[in-house]
Structures are given as C-alpha cells and as structure tokens.
Write a protein that binds this ligand. Structure first.
Ligand SMILES: [Zn+2]
Length: 429
C-alpha cells in the first residue's frame, strides 16, 4: 500500500500534541512518541524523545502540566525513546524535587552496554538508516555513554504494578521489536502505552536489515495480551494516537494476524526443506491482499519483506543457501574478474542497459555489479557507464520504495555511486 508524506510526518512525530482520556493523558510526538499521565501526586512519563528534541519535549510537557515528574518508563532502549532527559533532570535539581523512579527491563542495561561497545558502528548504522532526515554528523544523538539509568528493573517475564496518586498502572514485558520491551496499561482510563510494539501506521518493524534479531511470534503474543485489556486508546511508539475500542481492536488484530501469518508460513517452508531464497520469493507471491491493502499495515518503516528475513534468521544459521559453493566462497571481486574474462565489460553493460529498458531493475543491478566489482578501472569508460546506470536504477527503485529504511539504503547506494563517478573522473583527468 502507498505510503504518503503525511504517514511519514506522523511517523516521526510531526503532529500537534493532544490531551485525551478526560484530560489526564497527553501524547507528544517528538520523533518517537512520549506519553504523559497527570495524577494528584505528579507525572508519569512514558518514553523520552531523542536527545536533540529534549528541549522541545520539555516545553510541551510543561505546557500540559507543572507537576513534578515522578516516574519515567522506558518502552525499550532505542535512542529515540530514552535519551531526551536533560531538561527534566535539570528542573528537578533546580527545584530540589526528589529524583524520579526510572523503570526499565533488565535487558535494557545490556543494550546500553552493547551501544557503548559498538558506539562507532551504531553512529554509522543510524546515519545510514536515517540519512534522508539527517541523523548524520550527530554522534551525541545516538551515544549511550551518558544515560539516565533505571532505578526499578523488571527481571525476566515479571509484571510490575504501581500506584501514583489515585491511579494504578500495570507494566508488562514482552519481546517484539527488541528483547527489552515494556508496555504499560492504565486501567482506569483504558489506555495502552505500547512503545514500538505498535507504530501507526506500519507493518511491525520486525526484520530491520541493519539490526539484531527481532521476534515475530513473541510480538504477536504481546499484542494478544494487549487485546485482552479491551482498551480505548493506544499510544503508539510512533504516529498518532489510536482512539476508540473498535480501532484499537482492529489495529491490534490485523497486526497479530499478519505476524502469525509470516511466521507460520516461513516455518512451514523450512520444514518442507526449502532454503531462504525460495521461501522469500514464495512468500512474496502469497502475501494476502487483505494485509497488503490494510491501512494499519502500510510498509511505512518496517515491512513484510523484512519480516520474512526475521523469521528465517530466528531459526537458522548464516549458511542459508544449502549450496556448498557458498560455504567458504571466493571474493566476489575475484568471481567478477573471471566473468569479465569470459565476456567484456562492454557486453555486460549493454546487457544491463537492456534489462533496465525492459524494467528489470533488480537483474540490471546484479549485472552491473560484475563490472563494478571486477573492472579494477581497466576500462574506465565502461566502469563510468556502470556507476551511472547503477545510480539511476537505485534512485528509481528508491522512488518506488514505500519503506523508509529500504528507501534510505537505496538512496545511500545511489549517493555512493556519485562519489565513485567523481573519483573516477578526477583520476582520469
Ligand atoms: Zn522508535
């Protein structure tokens, strides 16, 4: 289904803040969403914005209520959900208030540790994934070297209940997008604070190509638990508030159904002795229209194609072709050189142009890679032709691509080709 500009704006929190549930709750779109609950004793803040939006978040929080922040809950440890605390903490210190309780799952601490160990890699990863909206050059945004660490740690599958002022709150752990997910239910006002377990709109982001393993089946179970709450509102991790019992039910049910579908169909094919490539292409063929065309399952950020990978990878190792040639393969550059010894680069380029003209863009890319990998700048004119056509195809594919993550990867690839073209021209002059 087509992803609109408005979908993306909503996804990244560019919508007006809104008070709901009898004036008690407030949603602030701030790249990731922040949920606020006002009680007689103070505020509960569910998730924080990314670091660069923290002042904006703080101002909006204070235009909703002037009560002290008593609890902060992290839905998970991604940078867009728990790094925007500076002004909140500064205010607490200035006013001499007590520090808030910070609730998180124990796996969030491992996540922060991992980010610190792989900080340069994560800066690169996020600069790739968010290239079009510029997380580039902002190392501090994704760094976990300074964090506001939890004071209440949920262990394993434990639930946690607490009371603030006149209200009760229930916190649950489930795996889904991450292994450290928490979601909260506010029974008196029937509000689900879902974190990234629900994005609006969007197919669950379960197979992100840049990131570690995610959990399709567990994710469906998490939403089944949410469904039992018979809620009237879902405050999603990204995108606008979902309101009304029927909408809540439909938002959860269709996602549950889609995740079970992708999980079970991949598993079935693994048991039939099929390898990844066959499973992937078969799965594309059988994707039901009711999911493809569903408003709530738009491939805004994550998408069905990624979910196929996620399920397979959950149960399988890296040897995913079953072909012994691929067990310890030669360098792809060396393979390409051998292919160019059989047929010239020019022939490959003409063939790629032909594929392009016949709208076989993906096949065109594979053929161009033979020239790009094998050429070694021996035939600069052909190499230049390959770079140029590859940039053009990637740009065209990016324009057609609804998923933000996939689109950015394609655009990054096209930009890299432009750099290569410049280098080649500079070296030839
Ligand atoms: Zn998020």
């Amino acid at each position: 289904m087509y992803t609109t500009k408005e979908d993306m704006n909503n996804f990244f929190g560019n919508f007006p803040p809104k008070t709901f549930a009898d004036g008690i709750c407030h949603i602030i779109g701030s790249f990731g969403n922040v949920g606020v609950v006002e009680t007689s004793e103070g505020l509960i803040v569910f998730d924080l914005a990314p670091r660069q939006f923290e002042l904006r978040l703080f101002k909006e929080l204070r235009s909703f209520s002037d009560k002290p922040v008593k609890y902060i809950i992290y839905s998970h440890g991604h940078f867009d959900h728990c790094f925007g605390y500076a002004s909140i903490i500064e205010e607490i210190k200035e006013k001499g208030w007590a520090m808030p309780q910070v609730i998180a799952h124990e796996s969030l601490l491992d996540r922060f540790e991992k980010y610190r160990m792989l900080d340069k890699y994560h800066v690169w990863l996020n600069s790739q994934q968010f290239a079009s909206i510029g997380v580039r050059r902002q190392e501090g945004v994704v760094s976990a070297h300074d964090t506001l660490d939890p004071t209440i740690i949920i262990r394993g599958n434990d639930n946690y209940e607490f009371k603030l002022g006149e209200y009760n709150f229930e916190i649950y752990h489930d795996k889904g997008e991450t292994d450290d997910s928490l979601w909260m239910f506010f029974p008196e006002k029937k509000v689900l604070f879902a974190g990234d377990l629900v994005m609006n709109p969007g197919f669950p982001n379960v197979g992100n190509p840049n990131k570690v393993q995610r959990y399709p089946k567990h994710w469906a179970f998490a939403m089944e638990k949410m469904l039992e709450k018979d809620a009237e509102f879902i405050l999603p991790g990204h995108g606008q508030l979902i309101e009304g019992k029927e909408n809540v039910k439909s938002a959860l049910s269709i996602r549950i159904e889609a995740l079970h579908f992708v999980h079970d169909e991949v598993v079935k094919r693994m048991n039939e002795g099929k390898w990844f490539e066959q499973i992937y292409h078969e799965m594309l063929e059988i994707y039901p229209d009711k999911f493809k065309n569903h408003e709530f399952l738009k491939p805004t950020y994550g998408c069905y194609r990624f979910a196929i990978h996620a399920t397979y990878r959950l149960y399988h190792g890296w040897y995913n072709t079953g072909n012994p040639t691929d067990l310890f393969p030669a360098k792809s550059d060396d393979i390409a050189k051998e292919l160019l010894n059989i047929n010239s680069g020019k022939e490959y380029l003409n063939h790629a142009k032909n594929l392009y003209e016949n709208d076989k863009l993906q096949l065109g890319l594979h053929i161009l890679d033979v020239i790009i990998k094998g050429n070694n700048s021996k035939d600069k004119e052909t190499l230049l032709g390959a770079y140029t056509l590859k940039a053009k195809i990637l740009k065209q594919k990016a324009e057609l691509e609804p998923s933000f993550i996939a689109k950015n990867s394609l655009i990054n690839g096209a930009n890299l080709m432009k750099v290569k073209i410049k280098e080649l021209k500079r070296n030839s002059s």
